[in-house]
Structures are given as C-alpha cells and as structure tokens.
Design a protein around this ligand. Structure first.
Ligand SMILES: [Ca+2]
Length: 493
C-alpha cells in the first residue's frame, strides 16, 4: 500500500505545482495515456525559477550552450523538456514498478481477499448455522412449550366444557324447578285468593247474621222486660190471691169446727164413744172392711183419717204409706213429710209425727208389702218397729226381721235418721235425698227407698232414684205397689 500512497502524494505535488496552468500536456506511453495540466509560464519570475530535480542536474549540458547564447524561452523550454523527460522516465519506472508489484500484490491481494472473504463467509455461515440451530432449538423449545401449553389449555377447555355442560344441566334443572315452584306458587296464590274471597263472604254473612241476631236479641230483651213487668204484676196478683186463699181457708176451718161442734152436740157418734187408737182397735170392734177410718192418737183429741187394711194377714193394719200409680209426687221437703201428704184413699204418706206418736204408744209390728211389674208379691216384716220424734230426726228402730222380700233386711239399721231434700241427716258426704229422691231413712245411702220416683212401664235402664228394696229386686225395683203398714202385735189384737 506504500506505493499507492507515494503515487497519491506525487499526483498531489504535480497538481499543486501546476494547478494554476490552463494548458494541458498529454504523454502517450504504450497503451497508457497521461495528461498534465501545467501553470502559465508568462506569470512566473525568471530569476526565481530553478530546478531542484536531481535528474536535471545530473544531465549534461546541451552543445549549443558553447557557441550561442540561448534565449530564456529556449531555456525554459529545454528545462521543461528535460523535466518532462525526467518525469516521463520517472513515471515509466513508476509504472513498471507499479505493474510489477501491483499485479502480484493484486493477485495476492485478490487471493487474500478471496480467502478472507471465504473465511469470513464461512465464519458468517457457521455463525449463521449455529445461530440458526440455536434459533431452531429455541423455536423447538418454544413450540414444545406452546404445544404443552396448548394441550393444557385444551384439557382445561375440555374440563371447562364439561363443567359448563354440568352447570348448564344444573341450571336447566334449577330453571325447571323454579318454573315448577312458580307454578305451585301461582296455584297457591290462586287458592289463597279464593279462600280469602270465601272467607270475606262468610265474614259478611256472619256479620249479617250477627246483626240479625243482635236485632232478635234486642227484641227479646224488650220482650223479657215486658214479661218481667207482667210477671211482677202477676206476682202481685198471686200474692193477693194467696192472701184471699188463706182468708178463705180460715173461714172454712172455722165453719168446719162449727159444723163438728154442732154434730157433736146433735148426734153423739159411735167413734166418740169408742175412740180408736188405730185400725187394730177398729178391727177389734168388729169392723172388718177395708176403708178410711178416723183414729185418735194417744194424748191427742185430733181425729186422723187413716186407711185400714182389714184383710191382710189377720187384718187391722194401719197403712202408713201407699203407692200404686205414681199420681202423687213423693219428692218433698221436711215439713211435708212431717205432716204427711196425699189422701188416705189414694197414694199418701201418713206423716212422721203420726208414725212417731203411733209407734211409741205401744209395741207395733211393721209390714212392708211389695208387688213388681210382673205381679210378683213379697213382704218384709219387723216384729218391733218405732221411730223417734223430730228432735231425733225421726230415727228408725226395728228388730225381728222376717218375710219373703229378700233374705236380708233392706231397711236400714236402727238409729238411722230421716232425710229429705231440704234436710240432710244421712251418713254420706253427698245428699242422698236429692240423689235418690224422696224422704227416707238414708244411711249412705242404704239399701232401700220406698219413697223414690215411681217409674211406670218396663225398662232395662238402671235408675238410682227409683223405688228400691235392694235385697228383693236389686237397686231398681220398678214396684207397682208398695205398702207400709203397722199393726200392734198379737198381744193387743
Ligand atoms: Ca249427707
């Protein structure tokens, strides 16, 4: 490369030296042609011009110098020619040198360049191949990763798809369920609305009914007020009537007393002369017909009408109680049982005071006669029978039991007090007279009650408050006839 630099500097030097010259000088050397542009000679200073080229100094002087003095133009031309020749020679040498060196160098350089380029190309190719392989490997890795990722994504997608299908199914089911519930709900709402309508209608009807009832109640209240007024006036009338009745009764009593007194004065009766104490007395006097007779109790002048049974078992029986058709109510209070009620010719109770006075005046035998619905008859008899006075609540006393109406006595044991619905003297925490009906010697409440309710006709119903003589027919006798009658014992007959 050194020669190229030298050549370059020469060309530059020539160009600097002749840059201002306009004229061109061409040199033909073989196939090569050289063109020089030289500066204008007229502008140069003659004195200052000198040639420093060694080739110029070494050349011999031309022969003309000896004999003739050349002009400056000629010298100049000669100088120029010699300079040109020197330059041409120099250039030829240079050219040769160049041709000689440049060719081999060019070949070498070309070969080197080719080698270098080949090596470079090979290196580049190798680099490219390695890079390509690297890229290929990376690409393969990336592809593998992408494939793996894709597979994973596909699997996930499949799972998502399955899950989605499942969810869709569930959603569908839930939608159906919701739809079903909606249907049910609407059905229930309809039913509820219908029920509400019905209830409101019923409520209206009930309210109307209530208003009607309210109206009726108001009318009845007015009627009740009216009736109460009428009742009050009736009560006043009734009180007046009762007073009048009491006055009439007094008048009748007085009249009867007057009549009796007149009779006593006018016709002295047989009864007056023969004052009977009981039916046995009458029977002993020779009267043997059943009927109503008057007796006088001991220490009493008052005549008492009694029914005398002159036929049964020897006759002379004073009837204390008699029932046969249920026409008389036996569910009465203490005072009525005390005084007696009913008529001796019909159903009656002779009275507790009479029974007490009669049975304590002398020894008496009691006989109870019974007859059931089928006509069966039986009796119970007590050889000794009496009752205490009212101060001892008419307590019963009996002994010497016999008869056909049960093997055991149905009359309560001695000492049992008499009870009525308004006087509870029994040994029960209850009130036997109210439960069993009638007045009797209830204990608690005992096996008998001949003053119970008289039930007519056949019935299988067990009645606790009927006529009872337990040890003959059990708790419910259904008797058609009951008779209690007293007679003085055999000694007095
Ligand atoms: Ca009691």
């Amino acid at each position: 490369m050194g020669w190229l630099l030298a050549l370059g500097s020469l060309a530059v030097a020539v160009a600097v030296t002749f840059g201002t010259e306009r004229k061109k000088h061409q040199v033909q050397h073989g196939p090569c042609s050289y063109t020089f542009i030289l500066p204008e000679v007229e502008q140069c200073q003659t004195r200052d011009f000198q040639v420093t080229n060694s080739l110029q100094r070494d050349s011999p002087l031309p022969p003309e110098t000896a004999h003739a003095e050349p002009t400056w133009q000629e010298r100049k031309l000669e100088n120029l020619e010699s300079a040109t020749e020197n330059n041409t020679q120099w250039l030829q040498k240079l050219e040769n040198y160049i041709q000689r060196n440049v060719r081999s160098e060019m070949v070498e350089m070309q070969r080197n360049v080719i080698h270098t380029q080949t090596a470079t190309m090979l290196e580049i190719g190798t680099n490219l191949l390695s890079q390509s392989a690297e890229h290929t490997r990376k690409l393969t890795d990336v592809e593998t990763q992408v494939l793996n990722q894709t597979s994973r994504l596909e699997i996930q997608l499949l799972e998502f798809s399955l899950s989605t299908t499942r969810l869709e199914k569930q959603l569908l089911q839930q939608t159906q369920e919701v739809s079903r519930l909606n249907d049910k709900n609407s059905y229930l709402e309809q039913r509820f609305a219908a029920m509400e309508t019905r209830h409101s209608q019923e409520l209206q009807a009930i309210q109307q009914e209530k208003q009607q009832l309210q109206g009726l109640l108001d009318r009845q209240s007015r009627l009740v007020t009216l009736l109460e007024g009428q009742l009050a006036s009736s009560t006043r009338n009734s009180t007046l009537l009762l007073r009048q009745q009491a006055a009439l009764s007094d008048t009748v009593q007085r009249l009867l007393a007057t009549v009796t007194h007149c009779n006593d004065i006018a016709i002295p009766s047989k009864e007056k002369t023969e004052s009977f104490r009981d039916c046995a007395d009458i029977y002993k006097s020779g009267i043997t017909e059943n009927g109503i007779y008057s007796i006088h109790l001991a220490n009493s002048t008052q005549a008492i009408k009694v029914y005398c049974d002159m036929k049964t078992r020897g006759g002379g029986w004073t009837v204390l109680q008699h029932r046969f058709n249920g026409s008389v109510d036996f569910h009465r209070g203490w005072n009525e049982y005390k005084a007696g009620f009913g008529d001796p010719s019909g159903e009656h109770w002779i009275g507790n005071d009479v029974i007490h006075l009669l049975t304590t005046s002398q020894d008496y035998t009691l006989q109870v006669q019974l007859k059931d619905m089928e006509g069966n008859q039986a009796y119970s008899q007590y050889e000794r029978f009496y009752t205490d006075g009212e101060e001892n609540k008419y307590s019963v006393h009996s002994q010497g039991f016999s008869g056909t109406a049960g093997r055991i006595s149905s009359l309560t044991h001695s000492g049992t007090m008499f009870s009525t619905k308004d006087q509870d003297n029994d040994h029960c925490s209850c009130k036997c007279a109210q439960m069993a009906s009638g007045g009797w010697w209830f204990e608690a409440c005992g096996p008998s009650n001949l003053n119970g309710i008289y039930y007519a006709g056949f019935s299988n119903v067990m009645r606790y408050n009927g006529i009872k003589w337990y040890y003959w027919k059990g708790p419910s006798l259904m008797a058609t006839v009951t008779t209690m009658m007293n007679v003085c014992d055999m000694m007095c007959r």
